[in-house]
Ligand binder design. Structure first.
Ligand code: SAM
Length: 275
């Protein structure tokens, strides 16, 4: 079998050179240790942009604006991008980068925590959502993300494999990483088993989940007690989760509150989940 590292190195090597101005931002971000989208995943993201031509895009996790500029490049001047970031230094750099590309009117940067900013956005307005913020918060963001996503729209969630750790038993994962591990397993389970969503998980880069909202209605599974459910399920070694609580709920149920409460509880350090 090929190692994931070898696959990624090969796929990245196939990428053709990109716009030098974008490449400069990428290099600068890498030199400064800012986490940005990997080349093969960028290529997939741009592929979906060209395939679906979304007019209205939401990104959760701007960093310095690299991926927002990549999406803009792929979908053309007519699309509008809203992107959310909470880190002040990165916000300043992203604004600088958007201005350098003359994109400040096309890309709207919302400052602050995505949990707050998402709640302020109207229903069903985005046809494409790129999830790329703290991985342990994807599950808590999901009800609002489903609410603001238009029927037929797509969610593109990056880094869902957590360098492969997501496949491991909970007990094989360092204690400090178990909360993120449980939440990501639960997130993938909910994406795969929620009525009204269709999801495929791709082992590209650090793992990507692509999800389509089929129609108006999404009956999100409850995120209540995510750690308990995911924890007991994740104790299995075979990568499958046991059936979660049978109840499903509307997207405005207690899911957000439960997810947020779980985030507040997560003070144990562990994997750097800010990115
Ligand atoms: N999408 C960017 C790219 O590829 O160029 C990279 C984003 S980086 C992986 C994740 C970013 O999400 C970080 O800059 C981090 O500060 C931000 N972030 C993490 N949690 C957040 C939250 N709850 N609200 C807003 N931003 C958040």
């Amino acid at each position: 079998m090929y190692s994931q590292e070898r696959i990624n190195a090969y796929l990245n090597s196939l990428e053709r050179p990109q716009n030098p101005a974008l490449e400069k931002i990428r290099q600068q971000a890498l030199a400064e240790g800012v986490p940005i989208i990997r080349p093969a995943v960028q290529s997939l993201l741009q592929f979906f942009m060209k395939l679906s031509r979304p007019e209205s895009i939401l990104e959760v996790g701007t960093a310095v604006g690299y991926s927002a500029l990549c999406m803009r490049e792929a979908c053309g001047e007519s699309c509008h991008i809203v992107t959310i970031e909470k880190d002040a230094e990165r916000i300043a750099k992203a604004r600088e980068n958007f201005a350098a590309f003359g994109a400040q009117d096309q890309i709207r940067l919302l400052e602050g925590d995505a949990a707050d900013r998402l709640r302020e956005l109207p229903d069903g307005v985005f046809s494409f959502i790129f999830m790329d913020a703290a991985k342990g918060q994807y599950l808590a963001f999901l009800p609002e993300v489903c609410r603001v996503l238009a029927p037929g729209g797509m969610i593109f969630s990056d880094n869902v494999m957590q360098e492969g750790e997501v496949m491991d038993s909970r007990f094989a994962v360092p204690r400090r990483d178990r909360t993120i591990h449980s939440r990501m397993r639960r997130y993938l389970y909910v994406l795969k088993h929620t009525e009204g969503l269709t999801t495929s998980v791709l082992p590209l880069g650090d793992g990507v989940a692509v999800t389509v909202k089929e129609g108006e209605s999404v009956r999100l599974m409850s995120a209540e007690s995510p750690e308990k459910e995911a924890g007991s399920a994740a104790a299995r070694d075979d990568g499958r989760e046991s059936a979660p609580g049978a109840d499903s709920c509307g997207i405005h149920s207690g899911a957000v509150a439960a997810g947020n409460a779980a985030i507040q509880k997560d003070t144990a350090g562990g994997k750097n989940d800010g990115e």
